[in-house]
Design a protein around this ligand. Sequence first.
Ligand code: GLU
Length: 416
Amino acid sequence: MSTNDAMDVLNSTQHTIREALIKMGFGEEMYELLKEPLRVLTVRIPVRMDNGKTQMFTGYRAQHNDAVGPTKGGVRFHPDVTEDEVKALSIWMSLKCGIADLPYGGGKGGVICDPRKMSFGELERLSRGYVRAISQLVGPTKDIPAPDVMTNSQIMAWMFDEYSRIREFDSPAFITGKPIVLGGSQGRETATAYGVTIMIHEALRRKNIPVEGARVVIQGFGNAGGYLARFMKEKGAKVIAISDAYGAIYNENGLDVEDLLDRRDSFGTITKYFPQTISNNEMLELPCDILVPAAIENQITMANADKIQAKIIVEAANGPTTPEATKILTERGILLVPDVLANSGGVIVSYFEWVQNNQGYYWSEAEVHQKLEAILIGAFEKIYDTHLKRDVNMRLAAYMTGVRKMAEAARLRGWI
Ligand code: GLU
């Protein structure tokens, strides 16, 4: 995201937090407490590159609020990471934890880099360097990182190993999204997509649309978009378009999802294998039942909100829709399931992973799914209810639900 876009995202998040607090009867002091993270650490990380030269990388870790408990949230590796973006993302993590009623506040990290252009060894050295740089600030009872855009279970494994070496004891609860053999949870890798699938179900039910034959458009073919395509296909829906950072593939009769999954690379790149592609923007405007932005921020904006032909939008990505676009979509009667609810499956199963690490007792995938479904369906109902009863859009309803516990915890601790 550009610096200006990131500033806009942070400003609009703050604006919606303020609106939510006012609706919930909290005052200006509470807004002052919650509008920014309590802590943001900027680090510079020297990494020995394969050519023998040292390159400096800049990284961040933001801890929004720890009134409820330790902070929690992913680390992204992306060339466009900015401090404001990481701050906004940490606020969203607080909201997700509040919505799912997890005993955490929000945190987020990011490193400015392009993993697509780095070797395995360079990525390992960067991951370890980042952990060394932030090690004072994080830990199983302080702040627990996880995967995010372009970071995966291998990177979590290196970070876990580095942290354990620094502390001189095995510390699996320091980080979530680890490989299963290192204490990862069953179902964590697919959790975001699984959660989005549950949310799509709830939304379809409210709109009286059967899942069988429903047309789905997915922007992004990484962890969330890829597994989501598979789950929707398994449920009998028709995935008609999928995109990556370079373009989109469209077939009105439904794509061969398994074939695409086989062919994509580890960053979700797929369109290069297909000469006939449509643009990402054209794809967003296709007629469909469900549109799932599963890539990056600011995709549905003033420029295209009135051209969207979906009946339901479920935000698998963080921040894909601007506030102005949210307003237009709501007025047009499109049911929007906001990011802080829709993609919270990831952090919910991360919480399960942390619980399992702390107790040293591991659950089956069925148990994980059952617990995840219970939390997500309950959260959807609460937010949908608030949306109807308080006559606010789904995003504001989600923010209202998400800030409540944090604000009350801060008040009870005597911070306000
Ligand atoms: N990065 C994911 C998110 O944005 C997951 C965070 C976590 O598992 O802590 O929700």
